[in-house]
Design a protein around this ligand. Structure first.
Ligand SMILES: C[S@@+](CC[C@H](N)C(=O)[O-])C[C@H]1O[C@@H](n2cnc3c(N)ncnc32)[C@H](O)[C@@H]1O
Length: 191
């Protein structure tokens, strides 16, 4: 997962290929039936902290949030309650069919090629999910926010340090990195 994370982010020259997408999809398809066992109050607390301390104080439009790699939608309601429209995007159909149909709209898509217009999102939320820097930059409106959460901090399989995140994102970003329990998070605004 660490290598795939770095390939998705462009930190490994092999990049995100069709073969890797297939391998990743198969991997998560096979975990979908037991993904609900990973939801704990401690993990909710990490995401809640990122949203309440990191995102809520920011003057970010509350129009559209895109949660990429939403899994079974464990955290989608926390996002949806903050935005007029929330999209829960995942590559894995077995994950998506286990996610609630509301309040977030489920969408099967690859985070590397989102079916969204340029600058159409107020926020992109990645919770233990791959970051595709060019796509995050393309869909996010100016002033929009990227919310990045690693629920188990450095021990999260899909993990990037904040400086690696910043190094890969095109343009100028400003924000804050913090932690809650063993979790870490980072909220960056596109300047
Ligand atoms: C580690 S799980 C995290 C799920 C959820 N965010 C959570 O924390 O419970 C990563 C999720 O990202 C999805 N995923 C992997 N690659 C993706 C891609 N390229 N585009 C969209 N979703 C992807 C997987 O199917 C999986 O549901």
């Amino acid at each position: 997962m660490r290598i795939a994370t770095r390939r998705a982010a462009g930190l490994d020259a092999r990049g995100w290929t069709g073969q890797l997408r297939t391998e990743v999809t198969d991997f998560f398809d096979n975990l979908a039936h037991e993904w609900h066992t990973r939801a704990t109050p401690q993990r909710f607390a990490v995401v809640t902290d990122a949203l309440t301390r990191g995102l809520d104080p920011l003057p970010v439009s509350r129009a559209v949030a895109v949660e990429v790699g939403s899994g079974i939608g464990t955290y989608s309601a926390l996002i949806a309650q903050r935005f007029q429209t929330a999209l829960a995007v995942d590559l894995s159909m077995p994950m998506l069919v286990r996610a609630p149909a509301a309040p977030a709209h489920r969408l099967r898509a690859d985070g590397a090629r989102l079916p969204l217009r340029d600058a159409s999102a107020s926020a992109v939320v990645l919770i233990n999910a791959f970051m595709f820097p060019a796509e995050v930059d393309r869909v996010l409106s100016r002033g929009g926010a990227l919310v990045w959460v690693n629920i188990s901090g450095e021990c999260t399989p899909i993990y990037l340090r904040p400086d690696d995140l910043l190094a890969r994102l095109p343009g100028t970003w400003k924000g804050v990195a913090s932690g809650a329990g063993v979790g870490t998070w980072c909220v960056l605004r596109k300047v």
